[in-house]
Ligand binder design. Structure first.
Ligand code: DX5
Ligand code: ZN
Length: 220
């Protein structure tokens, strides 16, 4: 199934709850929540109290993208705040295997995120136990950047790796995703699409529907 994950980073924070409901009601399946610590990435976004406060707005999947050094320190707090899936950066975990184990043991879905320049082979030993791989298609830290074209080949290689192992790992793409390039990403093998500015710039309900209509072209 093709999944849209609107990124709240591009929402209007003074009416965050309403912006969550708008995309949920328009049919987005995930809510993508970018937590930034000002260390792994330059920006600071928001943390547990904000996640907890919007949890009551929807029962859609809360897909928490931790752009945080050593996110293992926060797994139980993020779970308590209402996460369904926690995605950690391979580059930010000294002991990636242990951090993934912590997420799994807490009963949540696991994700590993890779920066654009990070090679896929960091996944060699953990891929079989990961629910989702997030391929960053911009350098993390900011919304509204342009898609980095070489990531399309990376998606293709990861899909081949997942298929060769007989896995059903979700492949998420994050950064610069728009209705104009999403078909290319689907055809390369991705199935979960983060979109911040392409959803929240303008009419968020209509933009959500535009993505979902494209997804329908691929249903059979
Ligand atoms: C960037 C974040 C993204 C961001 C995407 O570091 O991980 O989720 O919000 O924004 P757009 O879709 O505007 O590139
Ligand atoms: Zn993100």
């Amino acid at each position: 199934m093709l999944i849209l994950a609107p990124s709240l980073l591009a929402a209007d924070f003074k009416k965050l709850g309403e912006d969550v409901r708008t995309v949920a009601e328009a049919g987005a399946q995930y809510i993508h929540i970018d937590v930034m610590d000002g260390a792994f990435v330059p920006s600071i976004s928001f943390g547990m109290p904000v996640i907890a406060s919007i949890r009551e707005c929807t029962d859609k999947v809360f897909d928490v993208h931790m752009m945080v050094e050593e996110p293992g320190r926060y797994i139980s707090d993020i779970k308590k705040a209402g996460a369904d899936l926690i995605c950690v950066h391979a580059e930010a975990c000294c002991h990636l295997d242990r951090t993934l184990q912590q997420i799994r043991e807490s009963g949540l879905k696991t994700g590993v995120a890779l920066n654009p320049a990070t090679p896929l082979n960091v996944l060699d030993y953990v891929l079989n136990d990961v629910d989702m791989v997030l391929l960053m298609s911009v350098n993390p830290g900011f919304g509204g950047q342009k898609y980095i074209p070489y990531v399309t080949d990376k998606i293709r290689s990861l899909r081949a790796m997942v298929n060769a192992r007989g896995l059903h790992t979700d492949i998420q793409v994050d950064g610069g995703v728009t209705p104009a390039n999403v078909r290319e990403l689907i055809e390369a093998g991705a199935n979960v699409f983060v979109a911040g500015s392409a959803v929240y710039r303008g009419d968020a309900a209509a933009n959500t529907k535009a993505f979902l209509d494209i997804f329908k072209e691929y249903e059979n």
